[in-house]
Design a protein around this ligand. Structure first.
Ligand code: ZN
Length: 246
């Protein structure tokens, strides 16, 4: 391939602009906020699961408490009914009276036991409700931290994208100076190796840092100025400049 030396030198400008684009893209990919957001999102998700488990437990205990309270109410109602019968004087037989009193005593004990159960459930429920509150607060705090990190990420993205836009515009200007066939070779190499063209300096390819053999240097020296030279080692376009030392 042939290309005017000035066009070949323009490839070095293009490579420089492309390295800025690569750095910006790398910065965009590796923003610390991205890892931070991922970590916070995972923690929020874990906490959300824990909140659901705690809420389920608190809900179960609320139902258990309500059922135990219904049991207490039923026993209390029976005690009250028996007490009314006792107080009404309708039961006169000593045997029936004794039976009624014994039933009241036994129901009262039962009521006491059931009230103990209610109290015990209430204590467990208080703990469970506290757990729900603690975990929910922690989850909300982390969700807020995640939202803040997302805002910082978006601000950084906006800044990088603005710079990317400017550098891309500059790149179009530089690329316009490069003939189509040379540009397409450069693009192909860039895709393959990350860099499409490198300067030949002091007998070295600055792309792969390989020192060329005397034979290669002599061959390049003998080549016409508009010949497009490739590095034998990395296959990049090797651009000759006054700094090449040929
Ligand atoms: Zn090379």
């Amino acid at each position: 391939m042939k290309a005017a030396p000035a066009s070949q030198k323009r490839l070095l400008d293009l490579a420089e602009v492309d390295s800025v684009l690569d750095r910006l893209a790398h910065r965009r990919r590796t923003l610390p906020e991205l890892a931070e957001i991922d970590e916070l999102a995972a923690r929020v998700a874990r906490l959300a699961t824990q909140v659901i488990a705690a809420e389920t437990e608190a809900g179960d205990l609320a139902r258990e408490q309500s059922k135990a309270e219904t049991d207490v109410d039923a026993v209390r109602a029976r005690v009250e009914r028996d007490q009314k019968r006792l107080d009404s004087g309708q039961v006169s037989s000593p045997k029936d009276l004794a039976g009624l009193q014994s039933e009241i005593a036994s129901l009262t004990r039962r009521q006491g036991d059931l009230e103990e159960v209610v109290l015990e459930i209430m204590e467990r429920r208080e703990t469970a409700d506290g757990q729900v509150a603690t975990l929910s607060a922690e989850r909300d705090e982390l969700a807020a931290a995640r939202a803040a990190a997302e805002d910082r990420r978006d601000a950084a993205f906006a800044e990088i994208d603005k710079e990317l836009g400017e550098v891309k515009a500059k790149r179009s200007g530089v690329a316009a100076d490069v003939p189509a066939d040379l540009l397409s070779l450069y693009e192909k190499l860039r895709e393959q190796f990350g860099v499409g063209a490198a300067m030949l300096q002091g007998g070295r390819c600055l792309g792969c840092r390989t020192s060329l053999s005397i034979a290669d240097v002599n061959r390049i020296k003998a080549a016409p100025h508009d010949e497009v030279i490739r590095c034998e080692e990395c296959r990049r376009i090797l651009v000759r400049t006054p700094e090449s030392g040929l």
